[in-house]
Ligand binder design. Structure first.
Ligand SMILES: *Cc1c(COP(=O)(O)O)cnc(C)c1O
Length: 357
């Protein structure tokens, strides 16, 4: 296979061991002689995977006992609706830090009274708004901890006087999280913990059952908690690979060790962006994401953008084109991305600067 460095924003790079084990399971799932995609999800072998996966979530994030982890189809985008459907009775506030936050808010507005408490739209979401006050009478306050498109991140667990809901699609398992500060954490798997096709939700059970609306069965978290995420056929293959990915995180020493590696990768890349005369970062320094690193050509060098993209591609860099709403470049350096991958990109940026100086 061609040697490349994958910086895709999602679906993302996954650990090779997870891919290898998935290939094996496609041929023969746990010695059953049946492929993992043909096995009945009602067998004890499959239930073993579900149980292991849930247990790994709880172990890796130190999830307290009054929470449950559910695995669902529909991606993070359907979770936008789940959140409002299950929690919105009177009023909810959202922190508008990008397109995903806006889409989450839209679903809530469709069901009731929801609004943006603060927004960073004025500078194309290049920072995290600060200094806003969270009213005490909200059903919940919603944040997007990592803004995948703009490369900004809320890297601390904030104090919140009302139930805190977080879309952690693109930074889950990248750092230790104090789950007890959140009422609900959700996301799509495909940014850091698995392939596309499965979403996760970590739900504090006491926040459920408080709204007066009818909740369709499939959109009610309680359905999936009661049935162990097997009310209907779960996305078995995606969950299998998620489980393998979580096993890999554990083998790496858990989320705390992964976090150290992530910090080092991010520091390496940001240091080069700040040093290199060809490039500048787009996010405010204090709000920079350790998962999605966004940068553009420095002023006066804009015309070289396509040339750098081609230059980097030739050197095996995959997926560094920025999102169309920001332009420039974005290197997504999720858990499975290595220090070597980052250094290869840094070398490429240095070479380009030498060439153009
Ligand atoms: C990708 C992404 C989403 C959307 O995820 P889907 O699973 O494609 O619906 C939502 N929020 C954030 C922060 C994302 O990065």
């Amino acid at each position: 296979m061609k040697k490349v460095h994958v910086f895709n924003a999602g679906p993302c790079l996954l650990p090779q061991v997870a891919i290898d084990n998935a290939i094996e399971a496609l041929k023969d799932f746990k010695g059953t002689g049946v492929s993992v995609i043909s096995i009945s999800h009602r067998t004890k072998e499959w239930e073993g995977v579900m149980d292991e996966c849930r247990a790994l979530w709880k172990e890796l994030l130190n999830i307290p006992d009054d929470y449950e982890v559910v695995l669902l189809g529909g991606g993070a985008s359907l979770q936008f609706l789940y959140v409002a459907m299950n929690l919105l009775e009177n009023k909810a506030a959202y922190l508008e830090t990008g397109v995903w936050a806006k889409k989450a808010l839209k679903e809530a507005k469709g069901l009731g009274n929801a609004y943006a408490i603060a927004s960073s739209a004025d500078r194309n979401y290049s920072y995290i708004p600060k200094g806003y006050e969270i009213p005490a009478d909200l059903d919940y306050f919603h944040i997007t901890t990592n803004n995948t498109i703009y490369g900004t991140e809320i890297r601390e667990d904030i104090d919140c006087p009302v139930p805190l809901v977080a879309d952690m699609s693109s930074d889950i398992m990248s750092r230790p999280v104090d789950v007890s500060k959140y009422a609900l954490i959700y996301g799509g798997a495909q940014k850091n913990v698995g392939p596309a096709g499965v979403a996760f939700a970590i739900v504090r059970k006491d926040i459920l059952g408080k709204v007066s609306r009818y909740i369709p069965t499939m959109l009610d978290y309680r359905t999936h908690i009661d049935k162990g995420s097997m009310f209907n056929t779960p996305p078995v293959f995606s969950i299998f690979i998620m489980n393998e990915t979580l096993k890999w995180i554990k083998s790496m020493g858990g989320v705390e060790e992964i976090h150290k590696l992530n910090l080092r990768k991010a520091e390496t890349l940001y240091a080069e962006i700040d040093r290199n005369s060809m490039f500048i970062g787009t996010a405010d320094k204090e709000d920079r994401s350790i998962m999605n690193v966004c940068f553009v050509m420095a002023p006066g060098k804009e015309a070289l953008q396509d040339e750098f993209l081609a230059f980097a591609k030739e050197r095996g860099m995959v997926g560094i084109k920025g999102h169309r709403s920001v332009g420039g470049f974005r290197a997504s350096i999720y858990n499975a991305c290595t220090q070597e991958d980052v250094e290869a990109l840094v070398d490429c940026m240095k070479e380009f600067e030498d060439l153009k100086k």
